[in-house]
Ligand binder design. Structure first.
Ligand SMILES: Cc1cc2nc3c(=O)[nH]c(=O)nc-3n(C[C@H](O)[C@H](O)[C@H](O)COP(=O)(O)OP(=O)(O)OC[C@H]3O[C@@H](n4cnc5c(N)ncnc54)[C@H](O)[C@@H]3O)c2cc1C
Length: 529
């Protein structure tokens, strides 16, 4: 096969035009090109008067010889061998492994182990995706929070009610495995070639249920409403895991626990401390969500092309460093999405962003985060980061008047250091409601000042960032874990053998794909691979 990179095509191109273009560029007949497939598709919007697609494709010619001849003739081509996917080979363990948490990390760990034929037992404190969706709806509509099943906890983990962006800065061969499994379980095919793959919360809910069904078919057990309550070790090795379900404690004898509990399972960090499991503080971030109308953002990013039907809602990535070295950056940008109430503890406010696959909501939002280092925490208590997050979440709840109403302010008022009193052209999407509160009432001063520095800088890059009506909803505190559970080269805890700290909560992932990859890696380590 041959690979042809950096093909510029107009937004309205079709397959025939693409084939004709390649044939003309290479001086061959279009009918000689077969098996033409997209490998990468991105939007090039650097020049607002020439927004177009940039493509990388692969194709075959009638014979290997014809391909070799063309390869010699054209510098634009390179040989291409498509990656292949094969499920893992069967293996054996003395006892069934336990996977704690059914987020992307736990789910992909369990899938791998199930494919190996070792019948993992999955413990998930939250509910199945459908019941959980009902709980989340109830929370957003009525402000009734279930602390065990919410946007953070339940089938699919924190990713289920997400934007479902599958972008990752990590170039790992397991990316292909994760994407292949997602498509095999119902994700849209386009994630295989999009430069900014996106699946949407609507597709994700279906995919996670399909993965669960597959795992169970292979002999695994997935137990919902099952909260890990204790781990036992003998002679420095894990020997059992305990969980509580419906008020009763159960014990499973096992040699392997993959601990993939996510960053919001604060009780699990306490459990680790009680068991003298080594942990360390790590950097994290806090900030606010900013909302613009989708139309305004699309216009800012795509210029006159902003209504073109081939273009999806625009996204962005922004970052700036303050003179003191602190970073402010956009995170988890959700084009055409909503700001979602993401609390998992009583009387706290936590925001995040989610979207449907269509990304056609009224607004586009993103987190604007300020980096926090252990130095900001004033002490080396392992829980200092969690306490820092929780203080912000509680202060925000109190300042906005309770009932899970989120504090909001307008960008213009924030920059002018005055109270907001009425919305302008942009209305917040957060439910169950919002109240005007200055971020100073719940965010530390350094974070507010950093955001004030960053906003005008961002406005230089994207025009709608200068809109004083843009809405800031806060706080966003759970973008990453403030704690890392230490593991060695075998991916086991440095304190006890057989315990595999995994995924985002343990400090080894920063999104859906990296969490899934870490899950597979821990499962491979369990299988001795
Ligand atoms: C609203 C929202 C939007 C997001 N959008 C994106 C996005 O677009 N793209 C992206 O890459 N990332 C996104 N993220 C981040 C992404 O979801 C996480 O990085 C990812 O889910 C981490 O995976 P994980 O498996 O490590 O942990 P989690 O997904 O947090 O899963 C951990 C699981 O463990 C369970 N658990 C916790 N404690 C226990 C216990 N004691 N016993 C049993 N089970 C337990 C939890 O219920 C949970 O289901 C978003 C997050 C949120 C909240």
């Amino acid at each position: 096969m041959l690979k042809f990179s950096q093909i510029d095509m107009p937004l309205s191109y079709d397959d025939k035009q693409l084939k004709d273009y390649i044939a003309q560029k290479l001086g061959i007949k279009p009918e000689n090109i077969t098996d033409l497939a997209l490998l990468k598709k991105s939007v090039d919007a650097r020049k607002k008067n020439d927004v177009h697609f940039s493509l990388t494709v692969c194709f075959k010619l009638s014979s290997k010889r014809a391909e070799t001849v063309l390869l010699r003739r054209s510098k634009k081509l390179s040989p291409y061998t498509p990656p292949t996917y094969a499920p893992p080979k069967h293996g054996q363990l003395n006892k069934r492994p336990v996977v704690v948490g059914f987020g992307p990390a736990g789910m992909f760990a369990a899938l791998y182990l199930a494919q190996c034929g070792v019948r993992p037992i999955v413990l998930e404190r939250g509910e199945d995706a459908d019941t959980r969706a009902m709980r989340v709806k109830q929370f957003c509509e009525k402000g009734i929070l279930c602390e065990e099943s919410n946007v953070q906890f339940g089938e699919g983990g924190a990713g289920t009610f997400s934007d479902g962006k599958l972008t990752t800065g990590v170039n790992d061969p397991l990316n292909f495995t994760v994407f292949t499994e997602l498509v095999r379980h119902g994700a849209p095919e386009e994630i295989m070639y999009s430069s900014k793959p996106h699946i949407g919360t609507d597709n994700l809910r279906r995919v996670v249920k399909n993965i669960r069904a597959d795992i169970i078919n292979m002999g695994a057990d997935v137990i919902f409403g099952a909260r890990l309550s204790a781990i036992d070790a003998a002679d420095g090795r894990i020997c059992s895991a305990c969980y509580v379900k419906d008020g009763e404690e159960h014990r499973i004898a096992t040699d392997h626990i993959i601990l993939a509990c996510g960053h919001s399972a604060r009780d699990v960090f306490s459990l680790m401390r009680e068991n003298n499991i080594a942990m360390e503080q790590k950097n994290f971030s806090v900030g606010l969500r900013i909302e613009h109308t989708r139309t305004e953002l699309d216009r800012s990013m795509y210029g006159e092309f902003y209504t073109h039907p081939a273009l999806k809602a625009a996204d962005y990535k922004l970052a700036v460093h303050l003179p003191d070295g602190r970073g402010v950056y956009s995170f988890c940008m959700c084009p055409g999405g909503t700001v979602i109430a993401s609390s998992s503890e009583k009387d706290t406010i936590v925001t995040n962003g989610m979207s449907l696959f269509s990304r056609d909501g009224e607004n586009s939002n993103s987190a604007l985060l300020v980096s926090v280092t252990p130095k900001d925490l004033g002490g080396d208590d392992i829980f200092a980061g969690i306490n820092f997050q929780r203080d912000i979440e509680r202060a925000a709840y109190k300042a906005a008047g309770g009932g899970y109403i989120a504090p909001v302010t307008l960008v213009g008022d924030f920059l002018a250091r005055r109270n907001s009193t009425a919305f302008g052209s942009i209305k917040p999407t957060y439910h169950p409601g919002t109240a005007f509160v200055r971020p100073e009432e719940y965010l530390p001063e350094f974070a507010c000042e950093a955001l004030r520095y960053a906003l005008p800088e961002f406005a230089e890059k994207i025009s709608c960032f200068s809109d004083p009506d843009a809405v800031l909803t806060g706080p966003e505190t759970r973008s990453s874990s403030p704690i890392r559970i230490l593991r060695d080269g075998t991916l086991q805890s440095i304190s006890v053998r057989g315990l595999y700290p995994c995924g985002e909560g343990a400090g080894y992932a920063g999104g859906i794909v990296t969490a899934a990859i870490d899950g597979i890696k821990c499962a491979m380590a369990v299988m001795g691979r």
